[in-house]
Design a protein around this ligand. Structure first.
Ligand code: C2E
Ligand code: CA
Ligand code: CA
Ligand code: CA
Length: 277
């Protein structure tokens, strides 16, 4: 019975090890990724739905690992959050995104804006105000050119502290968006307390608005709430021309998604910008 127990243990261990090894590879690799310059920001265009004009782009991080290849942020961001590395990575993202939006301005793009995703830990542990202020100062851009995307996980933790930080940054001219709007537990409560500028309607609602009446009703309602509060709306995950048309009918302000363009490298975005401005 004893040896059987051991074998059972071994078997269990082998089953577990694939995921565990991958996690470990990611954790060890992440620690070196910054100094080895393995991160890159990709940019996904955001368009004004009525004029069709390019208004900016969301910066989305990519990790090019020599052996694992391109690792999705969905895989490594949670690991970076668990280890605390997200604070240093987040600082790098802010610096890099601000330098890039300065290039778009210099290339002649009118009123360019770059949207950056923030993590809860950047508020809890990092000095987010300092990081954001340094990034715009170093890049020589206006705060209006940097849009900060907040998720519920940020607003839920240390709500009072985050509220105060957002308020101060807003006074300086930074722009705030609630990301993945509608997916959280108490989005409406946060909407009341956080003075944000824009709601980003989560792609899980946008995806099926053609076939799913409930999703269509939710998107329409979010746009109406936003209008009532004087906020803008952007729909993410727009994949077809039919969805575009419906969003326009619902009076959504901006769109982002594969229908317009996939996230692309900085140099590809520069070409895109020259073709769309
Ligand atoms: P998110 O902020 O909700 O970003 C939108 C995700 O949807 C991106 O995935 C984007 O590539 C994808 N997407 C855009 N358009 C479409 C579409 O039309 N259809 C579909 N199916 N997907 C679309 P990505 O780039 O893999 O990023 C995943 C998540 O990782 C992001 O979700 C965000 O939460 C996180 N993330 C990415 N970059 C950063 C970063 O710099 N910092 C932090 N803290 N998180 C990041
Ligand atoms: Ca986002
Ligand atoms: Ca989102
Ligand atoms: Ca989302």
């Amino acid at each position: 019975a004893k040896s059987e127990g051991r074998d059972t243990y071994r078997f269990f261990n082998a089953e577990m090890s694939y995921e565990a090894t991958e996690q470990l590879n990611i954790r060890v690799g992440l620690r070196k990724a910054l100094e080895l310059n393995q991160f890159q920001l990709f940019y996904q265009p955001q368009l004004d739905i009525n004029s069709g004009r390019l208004v900016g782009a969301e910066a989305l991080i990519r990790w090019f690992h020599p052996e694992l290849g391109m690792v999705s942020p969905a895989h490594f961001i949670p690991v970076a959050e668990a280890s605390g590395l997200i604070v240093a990575i987040g600082d790098w993202v802010l610096q890099e995104a601000c330098r890039e939006v300065a290039r778009w301005r210099d290339a002649g793009m009118p009123n360019p804006v770059v949207a950056v995703n923030l993590s809860a830990l950047q508020f809890a542990r990092g000095n987010i105000e300092q990081a954001v202020s340094n990034a715009v100062a170093d890049a020589g851009i206006l705060p209006q050119m940097l849009e900060l995307e907040l998720t519920e996980s940020i607003m839920i933790r240390n709500t009072e502290r985050v509220l105060a930080t957002v308020k101060r940054l807003k006074q300086k001219g930074f722009v705030f968006t609630i990301d993945d709007f509608g997916t959280g537990y108490s989005s409406l409560q946060y909407l009341k307390r956080f003075e944000v500028d824009k709601l980003k309607i989560d792609q899980s609602f946008v995806r099926d608005i053609i076939d799913d009446e409930d999703d269509a009703a939710i998107v329409r309602a979010i746009v109406q709430i936003a209008k009532g509060l004087g906020l803008k709306t952007i729909a993410e995950g727009v994949e077809t021309t039919e969805i575009m048309a419906l969003l326009q009918q619902y009076q959504c302000d901006e769109v982002q998604g594969y229908y317009l363009a996939r996230p692309m490298s900085a140099s590809q975005f520069m070409t895109y910008l020259q073709q769309h401005c």
